[in-house]
Structure formats: structure tokens, C-alpha cells
Design a protein around this ligand. Structure first.
Ligand SMILES: *[C@@H]1O[C@H](CO)[C@@H](O)[C@H](O)[C@H]1NC(C)=O
Length: 92
């Protein structure tokens, strides 16, 4: 029992060292500028800081179910699988 409590305490301390990706927010400015956006969670029904999808990750072009892609990436539909994923922006 004591060991379990100690273990829990360690996890709590350790996780506090990192940014919690599911922190509630009221705007993008409340989330880490790099790689996060403030996004309304349809599961929890409030806004959370979420990771922006990186290259190859699934994304939502309407920004409804996910953050927009990370910097330099754009959400594109694959012509074969019809899945939307973040790909490198092609400079026109
Ligand atoms: C999604 O968010 C990106 C970045 O903020 C924006 O450029 C884009 O227009 C948004 N798309 C829609 C459909 O709102």
C-alpha cells in the first residue's frame, strides 16, 4: 500500500514537469505556441489545448475534430484511401 502511494506520488510529480496536453483553455494564447492549439473537445464539451497533427497524422480540413496541421503542413486528402492527413505544404 505504501509503495503504491509512493508510486502515485512520483507519477504526479513527474507529470507536473511536463505540459499537460489536455489543459482547459479559452484561446490559442493560453496554449504553448509551438505545436498546440485551443480546440473544442466534443468529448469533454470544453476547450482543451491539443497537439497539432504532425506530418502523416490524420487531420480534419474543417478544424472541427482536430487542430489545424502543424506549421508548414497542410491537410490533404489521399487520392487512394480518401483519408485526410497532414502533408508538407507544396510551394506553388
Ligand atoms: C483551419 O485553421 C487554419 C489555421 O488556423 C486556417 O488557416 C484554416 O482556414 C481553417 N480552416 C477552416 C475550414 O476553418
Amino acid at each position: 500500500m505504501k509503495t503504491a502511494l509512493l508510486f502515485l506520488a512520483c507519477i504526479t510529480v513527474a507529470s507536473a514537469q511536463f505540459w499537460h496536453p489536455l489543459a482547459p483553455c479559452n484561446g490559442h494564447h493560453e496554449c504553448p505556441a509551438i505545436g498546440y492549439c485551443c480546440h473544442y473537445s466534443t468529448v469533454l464539451l470544453f476547450q482543451l489545448c491539443e497537439l497539432k497533427p504532425n506530418e502523416g497524422w490524420p487531420c480534419d480540413p474543417t478544424n472541427v475534430s482536430s487542430c489545424p496541421c502543424n506549421d508548414g503542413l497542410t491537410c490533404q486528402q489521399d487520392s487512394v484511401t480518401f483519408q485526410w492527413t497532414c502533408v508538407k505544404e507544396v510551394e506553388a
